[in-house]
Design a protein around this ligand. Structure first.
Ligand code: NAP
Length: 514
């Protein structure tokens, strides 16, 4: 299991010691980022480096003075930097990070010898701040010729770069750390045992100075079960773009821990869904939650899909089968209906606002409950496409009420349309950060409507506030989130305790694992 290294990124040693104290029980070693220390602190350190290393107690330590070209903060000359590292070597750091880019490396070769003579081991490092180089595996071999551990930190520009990092890490035979910086690189930090890394770098939750995408040691340990990841661990993910805001990792990891499953669920920022599926097959991922904007691509990728996916064209869950292909399921439909349990009896007309993935789930869910639905969307043609897609399903199944496109946005027409008793709001209007947005500002609530906004950040949207003031029953999107996640969790735990079979009944169009 990779050791957890805490990067000491404060400007004073006093703050660094406070960070060590806060995370002591989670970490195995520290990396002292001397480039981030105040000049006075550096001077103090130079006077008495062994005091500092002694103060780390039984924690091993890495000495690093990171150059600006590598994402660090060192502003002096290269000669001054090497002199500083030399002056600190008597401290007895366990590791010294030496930049191994070919340009000017002869200068640093002497430093490698001196550090080894003082008992330190060498991390031979390369930093790529833009993209991942194509010949990464060869570079790792070259770095292992120089140091005792090869370290490559590169900033992926997309999920295919993350796959390259994963492959390079897995195929490297010597001690190494391969890590992706930035938001695309987060999975390489959470799955460091999959990359067979020697360490995983973390930073204090409050730090903004370490590499972007760093995770705090307690999050890595408590939420992502770092200490217990091994050969048997199975992996799950939520994918979207953006993804950092997702509540799903907390939901699923907490439940995996509570139920004693050796499973970890990670967020993956995905630009291109097909490249992501290469990563999913390679890891492999046992189950995947899919969010905006990839639900339609996920539906196209699934080998088999359930009724909900074939009706809506949107898939929010992929489940790996024995043969390595994935089945597509839509748990948004079940999620959407759960908060309406017991409330649909008196509903004779529903209005769905929006025509995206959530709207399709809402219309399908209400149709299957026998409720007449009208759809109303900013872009009318999109509402028409939604209705015609679902109408053909109604014909095939003999459903009693077929959905229709509303003549106007509620509150803006001539008032001849029957007012809805249920309004399901599925547009992104009113979602954080545009929390004052109201998709139907001209609509005057009668007070008898049930108003259901699927947005959950914020929990009280401008629309719900207005509806509540008018005396309406209101429902926010938290219940839907929890219910769709609970349905996914059931599918994930099926995979963990059962192998084989298919979850759907419709053929998909693309073969995934190629
Ligand atoms: P989507 O497929 O991108 O659809 C977005 C919808 O919002 C479209 O109908 C779009 O209209 C409309 N829209 C966007 N900006 C608008 C504006 N300024 N004025 C009027 N209409 C606008 O997204 P989605 O997957 O359906 O998700 C929609 C919302 O549901 C998001 O806020 C998402 O977080 C939420 N959601 C919640 C849950 C949950 O578990 N609670 C689950 C799924 C989704 P056009 O067609 O005219 O562009």
């Amino acid at each position: 299991m990779p050791e957890i290294c805490l990067c000491l990124t404060a400007s004073t040693m006093k703050e660094n010691y406070a960070h060590i104290a806060a995370y002591r029980s989670y970490i195995d070693l520290v990396e002292l980022r001397v480039d981030l220390l105040d000049p006075d602190e550096r001077t103090q350190l130079q006077r008495n480096p062994d005091n500092v290393v002694r103060s780390f107690g039984d924690l091993r330590s890495i000495l690093t003075v990171r150059r600006q070209q590598d994402g660090g903060a060192w502003t002096g000359t290269e000669g001054e930097r090497l002199s500083l590292v030399r002056a600190l070597l008597p401290g007895g750091f366990s590791w010294v990070d030496v930049e191994a880019d070919p340009q000017g490396f002869e200068q640093r070769q002497a430093l490698v010898r001196e550090a080894r003579a003082k008992g330190s081991r060498i991390i031979a490092s390369r930093h790529y701040l833009e993209g991942v180089p194509a010949d990464l595996s060869h570079e790792l071999v070259r770095l292992l010729d120089i140091g005792d551990c090869a370290k490559v930190a590169a900033r992926p520009n997309g999920v295919s770069d993350v796959l390259q990092l994963l492959r390079a890490g897995r195929s490297c035979a010597g001690p190494h750390v391969v890590v992706g910086m930035g938001s695309y690189g987060v999975p390489t930090r959470l799955l460091s045992s999959v990359l067979a890394n020697l360490f995983t770098f973390t930073s204090p939750a409050s730090s903004t100075l370490a590499a972007p995408g760093h995770i705090s040691p307690d999050t890595l340990h408590d939420l992502y079960a770092h200490a217990s990841c091994g050969q048997e661990t199975r992996y799950f993910a939520v994918v979207g773009n953006p993804i950092a805001h997702s509540r799903s990792p907390e939901y699923h990891n907490t439940r995996f821990r509570q139920d004693g499953f050796d499973a970890v669920y990670v967020p993956v920022r995905v630009d291109d869904f097909s490249s992501f599926m290469d990563l999913a097959c390679e890891l492999p991922l046992q189950g995947i939650s899919v969010t905006v904007p990839h639900k339609e691509a996920a539906a196209r990728c699934a080998a088999h899909v359930d009724d909900g996916v074939s009706a809506t064209g949107a898939c929010n869950t992929l489940i790996r089968r024995d043969d390595g292909a994935y089945d597509g399921v839509n748990t948004d439909i079940e999620g959407l209906l759960r908060p309406l349990d017991g409330l649909l009896e008196g509903i004779s007309a529903a209005m769905v606002l929006g025509a995206g993935g959530a709207a399709r789930a809402a219309v399908f869910a209400l149709m299957t409950c026998g409720i007449p639905v009208r759809v109303c969307n900013r872009t009318r043609s999109r509402a028409e496409t939604l209705v015609s897609d679902l109408n053909s399903l109604c014909e095939r199944r003999g459903v009693r009420f077929v959905p229709a496109v509303a003549d106007d946005l509620p509150g803006t027409g001539d008032g001849t349309e029957e007012p809805p008793d249920l309004i399901v709001q599925t547009t992104s209007v009113g979602m954080h950060p545009d929390i004052d947005g109201d998709p139907i500002p001209a609509y005057r609530f009668r007070g008898s409507e049930t108003v259901y906004d699927v947005i959950y950040t914020p929990p009280m949207t401008a629309l719900l506030r207005r509806a509540e003031t008018a005396g309406c029953r209101t429902i926010n999107g938290s219940g839907m989130f929890d219910a769709q996640a609970a349905a996914q969790y059931r599918l994930f735990t099926n995979v963990l305790s059962y192998k084989g079979g298919s979850y759907g009944n419709s053929e998909g169009t693309e073969d995934l694992c190629h």
